[in-house]
Design a binder for this molecule. Structure first.
Ligand code: RP5
Length: 181
């Protein structure tokens, strides 16, 4: 797999420099980009070609339906969907496609993203959305989870993931706090 472009405009449709995108990163508004860019950065780090799009569930319902209907045919293996407030996008996307959907609750202005989290995580039985933490960590972890799924059939990617984990372990082992006094 090849590294995708580093052009981080939220309106960019395709990021993979070579090969078709295997991951979609979609969000309800350009205002979600500050959170969702952490998913794209992680996919970039692992060389996963991805595409990004703003698709608002309530403002662009027909575009949302079209994206969902074409996702599998276009070769997407996972869709990371972020939204804030009454966050319908991940659940609706999961209803529109068999491609796994990874939901990222974006912090909202008044309820700090607790509304987004509950909107995404409380899917009724039968149409799952894998739901991650509110904010940047959730966006990065959604990408890592998608990468882990892809790595089950890609030994080279599995090695990259193991190396990533090992670096985190080393960094934690080297952490220090100031001495007493
Ligand atoms: C949701 O409403 C978006 O996902 C975003 O988190 C929130 C605010 O959208 P904007 O008013 O910034 O476009 O649809």
């Amino acid at each position: 797999m090849t590294a995708s472009t580093s052009n981080h405009s939220p309106a960019v449709a395709g990021r993979g420099t070579v090969g078709a995108p295997v991951a979609g990163v979609i969000m309800g508004s350009s205002s979600d980009w500050e959170i969702m860019r952490h998913a794209v950065a992680m996919l970039d780090e692992f060389g996963i070609p991805c595409e990004t799009r703003v698709i608002s569930a309530h403002r662009m319902p027909l575009d949302m339906a079209e994206y969902g209907a074409s996702a599998a045919k276009r070769g997407l293996r996972g869709i990371i969907a972020g939204a804030g407030g009454a966050a319908h996008l991940p659940g609706m996307m999961a209803a529109l496609t068999p491609v796994p959907v990874y939901g990222v609750p974006v912090p909202s202005r008044y309820l700090r993203g607790e509304d987004s989290l509950l909107s995404i995580v409380q899917m009724p039985r039968g149409v799952p959305v894998a739901t991650f933490a509110i904010g940047e960590a959730g966006a990065a972890n959604a990408a890592l989870h998608l990468i882990a799924c892809l790595a089950t059939t890609d030994a080279a990617l599995q090695e990259k993931l193991s190396a990533f984990r090992a670096r985190q372990t080393d960094a934690a082992r080297n952490m220090a706090v100031p001495p007493p006094g």
